[in-house]
Design a protein around this ligand. Structure first.
Ligand code: CTP
Ligand code: CA
Length: 228
């Protein structure tokens, strides 16, 4: 619908999107990951491209992929690879939307050989991964709009507001897991959008494609999309 339906309101704009889980290696045959499918972030990349933007999609291990010709996908595995790819492509992006479910920790050491089954318990020591959203928030310029996601199970609004402030984001999309059929592995999402003006809007349960449309619409209607 790029030529007929949608006005190319983001023509000439560059966007950066993260999507999917990260895999953190334990040994040559094992990793620790999460249930993110990448669908939400891919839908956001498609929506940005449908509005005319030139999109770089940094995608963790996912069975899904983007199809729009204006989307360039960079495939990564770990949080640190995702961080490196984002750092390399953040410059010049007027809009960055970080929808990936990044592992907060990785195994401190990756065993060089397959860990053999021995004792009844196994301990793996974890170390913190870089926070990509906070890192981009720390270096973002006036002409860059930065959007994060938040996944919460309790004190949703206050935790999401803290993320907005602590990571210097302009908007946070809060994912509500309280509804059946929302979130990881589902085709639908229930989201609340918060921004720096202090306002927030809660949207009904809807497809991830429609949620992506609502997020981009919110940006176009309420946020200043800067010139570069
Ligand atoms: N995020 C990121 N890099 C990380 C962790 C999170 O860029 N290492 C981003 C996510 O892509 C999302 C936002 O930060 O846009 C919030 O992620 P979330 O997991 O909800 O928040 P955390 O800050 O990791 O806090 P916690 O998991 O303790 O709630
Ligand atoms: Ca986290």
């Amino acid at each position: 619908d790029s030529f007929l339906g949608k006005k190319q309101l983001l023509a000439g704009k560059k966007a950066l999107v993260t999507a999917g889980p990260t895999y953190e290696r334990i040994d040559p045959v094992r990793f620790i990951g999460n249930f993110s499918t990448g669908k939400m972030g891919i839908a956001i990349a498609e929506e940005l491209a449908a509005n005319g933007a030139e999109v770089t999609l940094v995608l963790g291990p996912s069975h899904y992929s983007a199809t729009h010709k204006n989307i360039t996908t960079i495939h990564v595995e770990s949080a640190r690879q995702m961080y490196d790819a984002c750092m390399a492509h953040f410059d010049g992006a007027e809009i960055s939307i970080l929808a990936a479910a990044v592992a907060d920790y990785r195994p401190e050491e990756v065993a060089p050989q397959k860990i053999k089954k021995q004792s009844d318990t196994l301990e793996v020591k974890f170390t913190k991964n870089p926070d990509i959203l906070a890192s981009l928030g720390a270096i973002k310029k006036e002409n860059q709009l930065l959007v994060g996601f938040a996944l919460e199970t309790n004190n949703e609004m206050s935790n999401a507001l803290k993320k907005l402030q602590n990571k210097n984001a302009d908007m946070i999309v809060l994912n509500s897991l309280q509804d059946e059929g929302a979130g990881f592995g589902h085709d639908t999402n229930k989201i609340t959008i918060l921004d720096r003006s202090g306002s927030h809007v809660t949207l009904p349960l809807q497809s991830k494609k429609d949620a992506a449309g609502a997020i981009i619409k919110y940006i176009l209607e309420t946020q200043h999309v800067p010139e570069n």
